[in-house]
Design a protein around this ligand. Structure first.
Ligand SMILES: C[S@@+](CC[C@H](N)C(=O)[O-])C[C@H]1O[C@@H](n2cnc3c(N)ncnc32)[C@H](O)[C@@H]1O
Length: 459
């Protein structure tokens, strides 16, 4: 058990090095993340580890900070920021940078790379319009370890099933043993760099578009304000900033203003910030909402056949294909969901065939025993069980869904709950399902394990 003054020392050290705030109720988290480091270094216990930290071992400090980062990310996370990029930001930049033909994008907390690679895949679709352009996508993160993963572009089956439309999996990924690797071409479009958001940004240069998503939530208010102010200084008048679903500039920085009628995307609060045309975006969003989960980034998911566009399954923004053998539950609150579907009757990823959405709830696939689930949150990202997996439905861990509706599910086949409707809450979590018939949305004020999740935390 960590002594209070040791906690105080370590949390202060971590905050000063990274901005990450650890309140007293995260003692268990600190302990569970630091114990493996102590073991690896042959130290007896945390007291000894903290003694070494107090002695000023710089490598150890780095290791401890890295261990305390939360690297949760997935492809096309929350959908909207990527629809906004494709329908608003990119058309604007293509028009206004026509003579310069240079665009710079910064993913300021790139984590394992899904965010910059999602952008690179969108840009690839625009390659004929962008012929002759120089496009820089710079992905930075404080965690050296996670950047190694990002550079490799290697993802598990579970990771490619979170937010990535099957068409893009087939187009851009190759199977490598039990993982999927994003193509060398897409990888070559992103430059990664270890970089701490507390450092001076100026050496990075100017950026037209900045994704600074799901990192400010870990900082205190003065740090958030400071980071936003320094980000704004790197941006031209017509730049765009993207924040996470639980983040805002309101009350924190007057350097940015929200884009009208859109969440998560901000313009500079300067006279030179242009009016942008939202027509295409709003049309796409309206289409996505009415086409019941047919919208996917890049417009690659299937539209439901007309005769299926009414009825229960069509009221949700997200319809993931129910896993098997059951009554696949359907989320009810998604508005712009990313449907992740699996090729019918095949091993995942071996064919580009997609089953029309909403057609499977009564399908029984042999050899599987799970129950279906469709996560739903306000943006309705969904994840469905891979074929051939067993288990009893997807178990949603307590507090693993953030307010943006990104749902973390325990790796499949490991669930122990018995959820008839697909999503099983772990008992005793105090979290309640506030958003519909499936999926768990926690209030943002409560501790959310997904934000602090490391593999070891999940045991
Ligand atoms: C939850 S991930 C967000 C990933 C991605 N932006 C997304 O929204 O999916 C947060 C990332 O912020 C990084 N991070 C935390 N503190 C940082 C800092 N001071 N400077 C740079 N990156 C930091 C962590 O290492 C982690 O990879």
């Amino acid at each position: 058990m960590m002594k209070p003054d040791d906690f105080e020392f370590v949390s202060r050290l971590i905050k000063s090095k990274s901005g990450l705030v650890l309140s007293q109720d995260k003692t268990y988290l600190l302990e569970s993340r630091l114990m493996p480091i102590a073991r690896k270094r042959g130290l007896k216990d945390l007291t000894e580890l903290i003694g070494t930290l107090r002695g000023g071992d710089r490598n150890l400090v780095e290791e401890v900070v890295d261990a305390m980062t939360t690297n949760e990310s997935f492809f096309f996370r929350d959908t909207k920021p990527f629809d906004q990029f494709r329908h608003v930001v990119l058309p604007h930049m293509i028009k206004t940078r026509a003579s310069k033909k240079h665009l710079r994008i910064w993913c300021a907390a790139a984590s394992s790379g899904q965010e910059p690679y999602s952008l690179a895949m969108i840009l690839d679709e625009f390659k004929s319009q962008l012929a002759g352009w120089r496009i820089d996508i710079v992905g930075t993160d404080i965690s050296r370890e996670i950047l190694t993963k990002a550079r490799a572009g290697l993802y598990s089956q579970f990771e490619v099933q979170r937010g990535l439309p099957i068409g893009l999996l087939v187009k851009y990924f190759q199977k490598k043993e039990d993982q999927w690797q994003i193509s060398a071409d897409i990888r070559s479009k992103v430059q990664y760099k270890e970089f701490n958001l507390l450092e001076d940004f100026r050496p990075l240069g100017q950026f037209d578009v900045v994704y600074c998503r799901n990192v400010l939530i870990y900082f205190d208010q003065p740090t958030k304000s400071d980071v936003l102010s320094r980000v704004s200084a790197l941006m031209p008048d017509d730049g765009f900033l993207f924040l996470g679903g639980a983040e805002t500039v309101l009350g924190i920085s007057d350097k940015f203003k929200p884009l009208a009628r859109q969440r998560g995307i901000y313009q500079l609060n300067r006279p030179g910030a242009p009016e942008v045309d939202l027509t295409a975006l709003e049309k796409a969003q309206a289409g996505a909402a009415s086409a019941a989960g047919a919208a996917a980034p890049g417009g690659l998911a299937f539209q439901k056949p007309k005769h299926m566009q009414t009825g229960a399954a069509t009221t949700t923004g997200t319809t993931a294909r129910p896993a098997v053998g059951t009554t696949g539950a359907t989320g009810t609150t998604g508005t712009a969901g990313t449907a992740t579907t699996r090729p019918a009757g095949s091993g995942f990823g071996t064919t580009s065939t997609q089953r029309p959405l909403g057609t499977t709830p009564s399908t029984t696939r042999p050899g599987t025993t799970g129950t279906g689930s469709t996560g739903s949150g306000t943006t309705g990202s969904a994840f469905s069980r891979p074929s051939g997996s067993t288990g009893t439905g997807s178990t949603t861990r307590p507090g693993t869904t953030d307010t943006t509706g990104s749902t973390y599910r325990r790796p499949l086949g490991t669930g122990t709950g018995a959820g008839a409707g697909g999503t099983t809450q772990r008992p005793g979590t105090g979290s309640s399902n506030t958003s519909g018939s499936s999926g768990t949305t926690r209030p943002s004020t409560t501790f959310d394990r997904s934000r602090f999740g490391k593999p070891d935390d999940k045991k």
